[in-house]
Design a protein around this ligand. Structure first.
Ligand SMILES: [Fe+2]
Ligand SMILES: [Fe+2]
Length: 472
């Protein structure tokens, strides 16, 4: 078991005290991070006491501590999950060999790119959401937003630790660049396109945490299988925090839907009461689900094949032994491929090349379970409306389906039909304007904006009307 040092300037369980050079380098990066937080983190709430969860260890249960804290004083720490000392590589070409504690030269660039791409999304989402606090529908939700934000900040720390520790001067440069790129910056934007748009309403926020944070879960889970042990252990621990982000999203969309169903049950129209009509909410779901699928990368990818072969990135739950062939050499994957004459054909591709598609399939199955839960709740409210997840080919801008048009049901469409009908399926400017008009700020404990139902429970067993954020 690792020893947790909570007294250090940077709380950690990686033995920073014994590595003075590394400790000094990270302590030098720390003020730049705090400065970034103050400039581009949540706007205006740095003086409020927020009831937040802080990671204080990695053991089963009791890994976190809840208390009031001002966000700039949050104890961002570096924690790696504990793992067996004799862990072996369990997929790819080098099965059975010991895992690596240092980066092998041949994989240096590839691993650095994986870490930088993942790391860049963490501060990016904080920047995207920085104005949301001003329109929070309740103190409970305001706290949830800040909980997600501070933990994304900690995830950045996790990646920066790896860069500083294992990638020398290049790694230190990359760590600095994490604070130099900014979401939506014309000259120096965030790496992935989806992280360059502001999230300025709570419908987008809850859809983002449902669908985009869930992409994050699958990326982290595939890295948690990695043969590069420090990466596997750091991403493993990030997943424990990530679960809360996805719950925030799932519950948030569910609570919005429930509120609309309640209004409809009383014979009234959500659109006339500042609540969100369910077909409109479906359009936001369509947008965020399809945009998040784009983050998985091409369905047919030699890059993915090489990351798998090298043992850098595995399949979802690869270590649980649920796949027949841990080398993935013998099998093929049936990929639906659009043809130029407007059809979709099934094509067999080598399984290794389909690793992004395999991960995406696991993600889609997970999203389907979320939608089924929303639908059960709607039924319980006697509501006839049911959400539907669009087909994986719908509205894609990356991968084999980009450049082709598909309906949410997955039928091929010509351009004219798409132009005529896409407003039925994706949020229009009118939808966005309407949603914006519903965003009212509520700061009285236990009260909620009219478009969202209260949650069923509070964090850390606190009551719903707890003062989650204190304004002085
Ligand atoms: Fe994260
Ligand atoms: Fe997250």
């Amino acid at each position: 078991m690792s020893t947790v040092d909570l007294e250090a300037k940077i709380p950690n369980n990686v033995g920073l005290r014994d590595n003075k050079r590394l400790m000094m380098a990270l302590e030098k990066w720390q003020p730049a991070f705090i400065e970034w937080w103050k400039q581009l983190g949540p706007s205006d709430f740095n003086q409020n006491d927020i009831y937040l969860r802080t990671a204080v260890g990695v053991g089963q249960g009791g890994w976190a501590h809840f208390d009031y804290v001002k966000m700039p004083d949050y104890r961002w720490g570096i924690f790696l999950a504990d793992g067996p000392a004799d862990r072996k590589i369990h997929f790819g070409d080098n099965i059975g060999a010991p895992v690596w504690n240092e980066v092998p030269g041949e994989f240096r660039n590839r691993l650095r790119r994986l870490i930088v791409t993942q790391g860049d999304t963490e501060p990016a989402s904080v920047e995207q959401q920085r104005m949301l606090g001003h329109s929070a529908p309740s103190l409970y939700d305001l706290r949830s937003l800040f909980q997600v934000n501070v933990e994304e900040g900690r995830h950045l720390w996790a990646m920066v630790y790896l860069l500083h520790t294992h990638f020398g001067a290049d790694g230190r440069d990359e760590a600095e660049a994490m604070l130099e790129r900014h979401s939506g910056d014309d000259d120096n934007p965030r790496i992935l396109e989806a992280f360059n748009y502001p999230i300025d309403n709570w419908v987008d926020f809850f859809c983002f945490t449902t669908f985009t944070d869930r992409d994050g879960k699958y990326q982290l889970a595939s890295l948690a299988e990695s043969s590069f042990d420090p990466l596997a252990r750091t991403t493993q621990f990030m997943l424990t925090e990530e679960a809360y982000h996805m719950q925030t999203g799932e519950n948030g969309v569910g609570r919005i839907a429930r509120r609309s169903a309640e209004i409809m049950k009383e014979g009234r129209d959500p659109a006339k009461e500042g609540a969100i009509p369910l077909p409109m909410l479906q359009r936001f779901v369509n947008h965020w689900f399809s945009a998040s699928m784009d983050l998985f990368g091409g369905e047919d990818s030699t890059n993915a094949a090489e990351s798998f072969a090298g043992g850098l990135k595995g399949r979802y739950r690869e270590g649980d032994g649920i796949y027949k062939d841990p080398k993935a050499l013998e099998q093929t994957y049936k990929l639906q491929v659009p043809t130029d004459d407007g059809k979709v054909e099934e094509k067999d591709i080598p399984l290794r090349r389909a690793m992004n598609a395999v991960l995406l399939d696991a993600y889609i199955a997970d999203c389907s379970r979320i939608v089924a839960r929303w639908n059960r709740d709607l039924k319980a409210q006697d509501c006839e409306f049911q959400f539907a997840l669009p087909d994986h080919k719908f509205n894609r801008h990356q991968g084999v389906y980009s450049g082709f048009r598909f309906s949410p049901a997955g039928e091929v469409l010509d351009e004219a039909t798409w132009t005529h009908r896409h407003g039925e399926w994706l949020p229009s400017q009118d939808d966005r304007d309407y949603v914006k008009s519903c965003m009212v700020r509520v700061t009285e404990p236990g009260k909620f904006a009219n478009y969202i139902a209260p949650p069923s429970q509070g964090p850390n067993n606190q009551p719903i009307d707890f003062e989650y954020v204190k304004f002085h």
